[in-house]
Write a protein that binds this ligand. Sequence first.
Ligand code: G6P
Length: 606
Amino acid sequence: MCGIVGFTGRQSAAPVLLDGLKKLEYRGYDSAGIAVMDNGTISVNKVRGRIASLCEKTGDGASVPGFTGIGHTRWATHGAPTEENAHPHLSNDGRFAVVHNGIIENYIVLREELIRDGYRFQSETDTEVIVHLIEMYYAGNVRDALIKTANRLRGSYALGVICSEEPGKIYAVREASPLILGIGMDENFFASDVTALVNHTRNVVYLEDGEFAELSGNDIRIFDCSGREISKKVSRITWDVQAAEKGGYDHFMLKEIMEQPAAVRATVAPRIKDGKVDFEELAGLVPELPDVSKIVITACGSAYYAGCAGKYALERLCRIPVETQLASELRYSDPLIDSRTLLIVISQSGETADTIAALRECRARGAKTLAVVNVVGSSVASLADYTVYTRAGPEIAVATTKGYTTQIAVLYMLAVFFAERLGRLDDAPELVEELQALPRRIQQAIDMNPSVPALARKYHESRALFFIGRNTDYAVALEGALKMKEISYIHAEAYAAGELKHGTIALIEEHCPVIALCCNPSVMEKTLSNIVEVKSRGAEVLALPFRDNRRILSAADDLLFIPDADALFSPVIEIVPLQLLAYYVAKANGCDIDKPKNLAKSVTVE
Ligand code: G6P
């Protein structure tokens, strides 16, 4: 979703801002703009569409002089993606420019009030009220004006502000939207996420809700919402810059699929000590485990499907009931959650608005909260009682792959860890070996299926694809269908195979592709019957069995093979050929794979 950058220093600001915005493109956007301050004047350049057009318009920034500026990529919410609605927005007197990520919930009331007071609006956005409020409250001190403005705003916002009266200064404000400060040599930055900063600096400060920052080239000052100066820890980004680049692959998505063995290894290996799973970060939770009467997993999108896959292992091994709930539903469901509930909240970005709201709601009801998060220092990580980081590294493609598989790997480890600490685990060494084998098996799942591009060419013109499976295989079907539709735009639906006869089978016709997950031995025979049923109605079946499953091999039209594994943990392997299938189908259809239309990487609005 929207991305923000800010720069102040001794080099030209515009090229730095444009470079930062390019790094944020992956978040999803439909217009972009920059505002740069030079000799007491702010100049604004905006375009509808891609950053490339903004680069063209400004000669890659060369035609915009000045050493201080802010930039923005906008994912339209209030008002169409037009140049007028693109950020930065200017105050009527031209002294202030503002960029904003988030939603101002009370903007209608504020807009009416400001119009009554004579302010003229140029856009349909909720954001524009902010810049007029700042102008209204400004009496010679930007910080005071920002505090007064923030006190009037309800909703979520990360703001970047410049004022022509204060050359060389950029201001950042955060409330429920990500914002990170970058500390350089005689230059300072802010950005929505670290990918926009790593080319310049590895020293960062994570702003928290209600905090303000005032940055000049050689100074950073941070204040709380009452204006009291505070000091904050400087964190070091440890991952490699190359991790956020394509490294010879056509798309980030393919690179990230191929990185999964390494990402799962980085997530699993450090947590296995002396043949046991150990999470030092959960030491405080262990004594509370016997009191847990149920586990609720909540998340959005693929992270939710990771929860669906992890639920089976948690329930089977810990013998604790596990519910999975979409965060956007849970937050409004008056949930039956109390101090005996362990809430596991899953998020790659740690900034998904509904996930954060569900976490807050459950905390307020007394749940113990554990976050499974990839982005260090993100909102979900800072709100939860306990955080386990997946170690996937930066994920750039909108459609998650290594983010999802590392989430499942953590859930499997949690299942083993909790069960062992509760004294409910008999076969710990075998399960730990299975966990350690996951990276190798994911690699095998890639190597064993060179036919994926050919299968993609066979299926890419399909009108609809059906994914079926039972139990753990059903969880994989859900994510497989989501991957397919989000990047190839082909209608794809997942069904629990046992549900086919209750309606979906009416849709099966001659040559209709059905993708059948058949790795779970406890239900394999049942899924085989479903394969036979759809085949007898003309379906083409692409099955994913363990490689020596002869019965499935002879029943299906096409095959993708899964290396042998414990069925409880196999979803994390089964999904990999389906990610590749979605990728190659989308490629055959000429889709914008890394930035699918209408989607955003990090959904920071409700
Ligand atoms: C968006 C992304 C998905 C992701 C979901 C949840 O829809 O496109 O790939 O699964 O948000 O994101 P999170 O960062 O909370 O895991």
